[in-house]
Ligand binder design. Structure first.
Ligand code: ADP
Ligand code: MG
Length: 258
């Protein structure tokens, strides 16, 4: 190809937003000429690369927007430390998207330090890699954001923005306090997503103490009702991983000290 033709092609591919075709065209066309590919095969090869790269970029974008803590992956989670949670169960949640399609929820309970955040973030990462959209947020931060939206009369818009996420992870719901400010926005979020969009929630207090989170008892009951209707509940009532790891002469389960 003449360099003028190459330059024109590059401009067109930029205009058409086909960066991968642009990057690979010269090499692949040369190979096609050399090996005598039919035109159709050449087109297919170029567009296949473009589509594969597009998927890679899409996932990278979703990873960036997810707010997931980067190092909390399932691969570094020691399942042996939490006998009530099986690796198979978490893999099933990561691989099958039926629960996301049905707006199913995931609730993780346990005292501080048992790995709730790590586990749910690891699942979030796995879902992002599988092509889903996930948002990880501290519950109190999201509540503040929704309250600000309500004051500016754009709560519905803010809630519908969250709709694009297949899974919304609310970390540490127990740190939200109804006296801190008015938390009915949290109830509205739960009601809005009910049976449509999934929530994963971590809590270091049992349901019986969630009265401290919502403004009134009836709302607490209604919120819990909706959350548990289609939910997987993981009870992680083990000793703090941090504390166990810090104890002299003791390694966490799975990597037993000699
Ligand atoms: P929680 O959210 O329940 O308070 P975290 O997920 O923050 O607990 O865990 C506390 C620390 O211990 C984190 O650094 C986390 O990565 C680590 N950790 C907890 N459980 C495990 C586990 N089973 N395997 C590997 N690391 C763990
Ligand atoms: Mg946590």
């Amino acid at each position: 190809m003449s360099s003028v033709a190459q330059g024109r092609l590059a401009l067109m591919l930029t205009e058409l937003r086909l960066p991968t075709v642009k990057q690979l065209a010269a090499d692949i066309c040369e190979q096609a000429d050399r090996e005598g590919w039919p035109g159709l095969r050449l087109l297919e090869a170029l567009f296949e690369h473009e589509m594969a790269q597009r998927e890679v970029r899409r996932i990278a974008r979703h990873r960036l927007e997810s707010g997931l803590p980067p190092e909390k992956l399932l691969s570094s989670f020691e399942f042996a430390a939490v006998p009530t949670v099986s690796k198979a169960q978490i893999s099933a949640l990561a691989e099958a998207d039926a629960w996301l399609k049905q707006g199913g929820n995931l609730l993780l309970f346990g005292p501080p330090g048992v790995g709730k955040t790590h586990l749910v973030a690891g699942l979030g990462h796995a879902l992002v890699e599988a092509g889903h959209r996930v948002l990880f947020t501290r519950t109190s931060e999201l509540v503040q954001r929704l309250q600000a939206a309500r004051r500016e009369l754009r709560l519905p818009q803010e809630l519908s923005k969250l709709d694009r996420f297949d899974l919304l992870i609310l970390d540490d719901i127990s740190y939200v306090r109804r006296d801190q400010a008015e938390t009915s926005v949290l109830f509205e979020l739960i009601a809005e997503r009910y049976e449509r969009r999934s929530l994963a929630i971590t809590a270091n207090t049992p349901f019986s103490e969630w009265g401290a989170v919502f403004p009134e008892p009836a709302m607490t009951v209604a919120a819990i009702d909706r959350l548990v209707h289609h939910a997987t509940i993981l009870e992680m009532n083990v000793e703090s991983y941090r504390r166990r790891a810090a104890r002299p002469g003791h390694a966490p389960a799975g990597r037993k000290a000699k």
